[in-house]
Design a protein around this ligand. Sequence first.
Ligand code: SF4
Length: 265
Amino acid sequence: MTFPLGLIPYIRMVKNISEITAASMLVPQKSGSLAGAYDFSLNPYAGCAFSCSYCYVPKFPNGKHSPNEWGQWIEIKTNAPQLIQKERLKVFGSRIFFGSATDPYQYIELKYRLTRRCLEQLLKYQPKKITLHTRSHLVLEDTELIKSFGASLSVGISITTDNEKIARKFEPSAPSIARRLELLQQLHKNGIRTHVSMAPLLPCNPDRLVKLISPFTKKIWIGQMNYPEINNRPHLLQKYSEFFASKNYQAIIGAIQNKMYGPQL
Ligand code: SF4
């Protein structure tokens, strides 16, 4: 396998990259957190080299990799665009969450452009709603394509803290917070619908975090640190236990919601 030069330092951290043929691409959402709001999830890659410590995906065993190996493998579903074309009848009028178990713009996208090619297919078949979820500035390389969806597509950007050092600890291989803020700004400038996901909210200065994002988005998804049992850096939970202690944590989440939306009556 050959990779563009800029990808090599990043690829070295991922021990196992394999190309696979997937059986289907649009996965029905009949239960779980996406059910009700979305009909299908879509993930052109399996695994994720951004390697967030709190990621819930390793909670679902895939029979090939242990939770401890999270971040060290990626599977490339090379036939993803063809599958969307094959499953096109499902796309019409449907609500799709793009990137529920991977980051669709992790850097391997530079080589395979599967996310781009899947979006090109989706555009032909008029879905009702797509939420594209990422931490990566690579999404900006598809700005014009994303704009073609108009109001039916929104981009969710994970900005879980205002503190770069904290982000580096919990999300060691993801783009910096500064890059994500720049991404949010650029999408806003291009008239693309956005929301910011703070799920889970990490140790932060809540006032500063709201000030940084609120000029560029009106909507947040905010949630607490779930699944501590699969968090692959338990020492971080221990170190920041005061922040994550439930009463304090809920109060900070409530304060951020108030600052974004005003007091809830
Ligand atoms: S970017 Fe998303 S899918 Fe990737 S490791 Fe982080 S939480 Fe998991």
